[in-house]
Design a protein around this ligand. Structure first.
Ligand code: ATP
Ligand code: MG
Length: 199
């Protein structure tokens, strides 16, 4: 039996919808850091994300399950969607620690755009104790690392992927295709549930 501590990636997101940018980033971090598993964690239902209401948690959760099902190293956790109230990363990591035990080593995967806001997150010092942070660089987003402790964060370049959920939603609303921006099953799910159509 191996005495290696389990190395677990954590990929939080709204996943409204999940797209190939998320999947490529998770796959790249898995390989680079030799992770045993990457846990995708759809966020709880925010009262508001900007001015826009996000799709129902259950739809976002199911799309995440569909998109990750074929990869044996990918899994999906309900911790954030089952916890009432707003999602804070510190709560996500606490719940996953409780579920996965004291040995697990966590790698929190986030886009560079989200990482720039990290210092505004709740309990940021505790966060850096709880996980190593991996910032995926994303086309069109410059990144300042000045105030972040360098041993707590690794930046990783992901093959140019300008895909965003916003773009996918706008395409659906405009009747344009999202084939190959998201997995095939997600195209079908969005059609079946008639999501992201113009009101
Ligand atoms: P939206 O356009 O609605 O903001 P999004 O595409 O940014 O959606 P999120 O669910 O907000 O998707 O992102 C979840 C995580 O994935 C975040 O850390 C985000 O920075 C990262 N991410 C999003 N798109 C990409 C991409 N193309 N490549 C790498 N990481 C990404
Ligand atoms: Mg985003």
């Amino acid at each position: 039996m191996s005495d290696r501590r389990p190395r677990l990636g954590v990929m939080g997101g709204t996943f409204d919808p999940i797209h190939n940018g998320h999947l490529v980033a998770a796959s790249e971090v898995q390989a680079t850091f030799d992770l045993d598993e990457v846990i995708f964690v759809p966020t709880g239902q925010p009262w508001q994300k900007g001015a826009r209401q996000v799709a129902e948690a259950e739809d976002r959760y199911l799309m995440t399950v569909i998109a990750t099902a074929s990869n044996p190293r990918f899994s999906v956790s309900r911790v954030d969607i089952d916890r009432p109230g707003l999602t804070y990363t510190v709560d996500t990591l606490r719940d996953l620690r409780a579920a996965r035990g004291p040995d697990a080593e966590f790698f929190f995967i986030t886009g560079a755009d989200a990482l720039t806001q990290i210092l505004t997150w709740r309990d940021v010092d505790e966060l850096f104790q709880m996980a190593h942070f991996v910032g995926c660089t994303r086309p069109g987003h410059t990144f300042e690392i000045d105030e972040i402790p360098p041993d707590a964060v690794t930046l990783l370049e992901i093959p140019a992927l300008a895909i965003s959920s916003t773009e996918c939603r706008e395409r659906v609303a405009a009747g344009r295709p999202i084939w190959y921006l998201v997995p095939d099953g997600i195209v079908q799910y969005i059609n079946k549930r008639r999501m992201y159509l113009k009101p």
